[in-house]
Design a protein. Structure first.
Length: 171
């Protein structure tokens, strides 16, 4: 029996996501859908209101795809205590809100450090790896990171095999 896994590369303005279909009996995974969720910056909204709007969109993705597991990248400060303080706090609040909907829905979740799934590899290199492994070219680097997070979780952590194309019966 197959189920869905959602991976998220969170950002306070643009977040990448990827939905994978997995077949645990065959240890295979297919990339079903990927994209970005973007905050509506056209309105005169606070960052908290924009984050709330993005969380609602992720909540819809969970429902639409009957997701059974979510993998979210943790925020990490690469520049020391003086860099990105306000942005880092906003990102942490956003990740907490995402985690809240995962818990509220009773979905299994995992938080993964950037250093664990890709180290200090650039987003461009991640996008190239995604193209080779999953046979697709992505247009937004946040999207490729979301696929990379899911790819790491499925293929490195769970030892699933990445299968290009759609799973049987989907399409």
């Amino acid at each position: 029996m197959t189920h869905s896994i959602l991976s998220i590369d969170p950002g306070t303005r643009i977040s990448g996501y990827a939905v994978f279909i997995v077949d645990p009996s065959k240890k295979q995974a297919w990339l079903l859908e990927s994209g970005t969720v973007e905050a509506d910056t056209s309105k005169d909204a606070t960052w908290l209101e924009r984050a709330e709007q993005m969380v609602e969109e992720f909540d819809s993705l969970l429902e639409d795809h009957l997701v059974t597991r979510v993998v979210i990248e943790l925020c990490q400060n690469w520049g020391g205590p003086a860099s990105g303080g306000d942005s880092l706090i906003k990102l942490a609040v956003f990740i907490g809100a995402l985690w809240g909907i995962v818990v509220r829905r009773g979905i299994c979740g995992s938080l993964v450090k950037v250093s664990t799934w890709k180290g200090q590899v650039s987003k461009d290199i991640t996008a190239d790896r995604i193209k080779r492994r999953w046979g697709m070219e992505v247009h937004r680097l946040d999207e490729s990171d979301a696929i990379g997070i899911g790819d790491w979780y499925l293929c490195k952590s769970l030892k699933y095999k990445a299968v290009k194309g759609l799973p049987p019966g989907v399409g």
